[in-house]
Design a protein around this ligand. Sequence first.
Ligand code: NAP
Length: 286
Amino acid sequence: MIGFIGLGIMGSRMAGRLLAHGHALIVHNRSQEKAEPLLNQGARWAASPKEVAEHADIVFTMLANPKAVETVAIGENGFLDHLAEGSLWVDMSTVDPSFSRRMAQEAGKRNVRFLDAPVAGSKIPAEKGELVFHVGGKAEDLEEVRPLLECMGRAVHHQGEVGSGTAMKIVINLMLAQSMAAFAEAVTLGEALGFDKAHVVDTLLGGATAAPFLRGKRDKIVNGDFEPEFPLEHMQKDLQLVAQTAFEQNVALPLANAGKELYALAKQKGYREQDFSAIYQFLKDR
Ligand code: NAP
């Protein structure tokens, strides 16, 4: 049986893909109500991460941040102490590479295998099974789980040893955060110069300078509707992971740190649960 812990925006849809492909699932989420749609589709409920481990030999986690992963894995009623030896834990959460290596060690102490397998793509790709996985860990462990990843994603890239999946993921999200913020500033300036918002947005999107993902943010910005696909608080978290990792690598990232504080200010001002494209609205409302 497959265990799945963390049924937020991404996890609920990814677990739904596994169910739709006919896999038996036992699921857990801190807030039980988010599991209801999956339970109606045939998933079994576990009252704790520990209970997931008692029934599963592969456990997927898709959780908010390192603290959430640590709590669920090795906190009270965590799953790691209760998995059978030889089981496989696949952490798909966006965390930092040092943390992934530490979790791999914790798993190894209990003879549990570990892969870090964070994803690129957001709510809609998760729903459609079109995510892109960046995986760190042993090739044979990846091959074992590849058919399951392919239920949830359109591509699976083996980046190398443990921690290299999350390493690539935070490199990608550094670009994501900064491209969004730069776009938001450009639109804000365009409007201040008297251009209609939709006109500036469409002019930028029609040129060579805008990142391709920004087309998916067009309507959110033009209509001022920031229903979350990727919550802003997670983007700030990812920039914090970037800054921490840059420190560990002795790399200076001046713009990333400025961006991190921009998202932190937006988070404090009430944009925490909105889509990260609401960074535009934060700049406008100031
Ligand atoms: P989300 O909707 O906020 O879900 C977060 C999940 O973590 C929920 O299941 C939540 O439980 C759980 N959680 C948070 N703190 C916890 C704690 N202390 N103990 C136990 N469980 C805890 O986030 P998401 O958008 O699905 O993202 C999940 C992960 O994927 C994050 O690492 C994010 O950075 C990454 N990611 C997101 C996207 C995206 O576009 N959304 C894309 C790629 C990667 P509750 O339901 O009880 O709050």
